[in-house]
Design a protein around this ligand. Structure first.
Ligand code: PRP
Length: 206
């Protein structure tokens, strides 16, 4: 199921990210802000347990997170969405999956994996700014399921309808949280209108 987060601050920030004139330093800072808004929404239904808490006046009921959180950025661009998750959940573990999209076939190529074993019992947030053909997201989720992950959420900035359809087809159990659902993929499998290559814009490699 796709959730497109609707918030005026997110809309304004996404406009900055789409703008070709935004320099990479500002792009990176704005993406960090956006990651907080997306994390806030994506973490909304995390289960909690109760615990006693002593206020200065009396004891009352407090809450603890009932599920461990693991964030898995798809390298490189996914690194830009980690900030918000670790800001709200400082104890979150962070796994890394390296994948790039082959320029000819547009299919993902794996080049790195370092995933904590806790993915088996945790809620796992796979983060990548772009959901284009969906190949990278589906591949990353396949990889994590093979490692025992059962409770996954995919979080992105901009999704193409083609990527959403592929991910929902391959992994109907994985909810998708996005800042925007864009119009389409073009003949080079770039998201339109999109925001260009998120990895290059985050790291200044254009
Ligand atoms: C981009 C993006 C996703 C992937 C999306 O990565 O960050 O990982 O492409 O495309 P898909 O849905 O068609 O698989 P890219 O290959 O540009 O690598 P980078 O993160 O290193 O820039």
């Amino acid at each position: 199921m796709l959730t497109v987060v609707d918030h005026p601050l997110l809309k304004r920030a996404l406009t900055t990210l789409r703008d070709a004139a935004t320099p990479y330093g500002e792009f990176r800072r704005t993406l960090s802000d956006v990651s907080s808004i997306l994390a806030y929404e994506a973490l909304r239904d995390l289960p909690v347990t109760t615990c006693p808490v002593q206020t200065p006046l009396e004891e009352t009921e407090g809450y603890l997170l009932a599920r461990e959180v693991v964030v898995v950025p798809v390298l490189r661009a996914g690194l830009g969405l980690v900030d918000g998750f670790v800001r709200y959940v400082p104890e979150a573990r962070v796994g890394h999956l390296g994948m790039y999209r082959d320029e000819q076939s547009h299919e993902p190529v794996d080049y790195y994996s370092n995933v904590p074993p806790q993915v088996r019992d945790a809620r796992v947030f796979v983060v990548d700014p772009m959901l284009a053909t969906g190949g990278s997201a589906a591949g990353a989720i396949n990889h994590l399921k093979r490692r025992g992950a059962k409770d996954l959420v995919f979080v992105c900035l901009v999704a193409a309808p083609e990527g959403v359809a592929r991910l929902e087809d391959y992994h109907p159990d994985v909810p998708i949280v996005a800042a925007a659902l864009d119009r389409q993929l073009d003949e080079n499998a770039f998201i339109r209108p999109g925001l260009g290559d998120a990895g290059d814009r985050i790291f200044g490699t254009t």
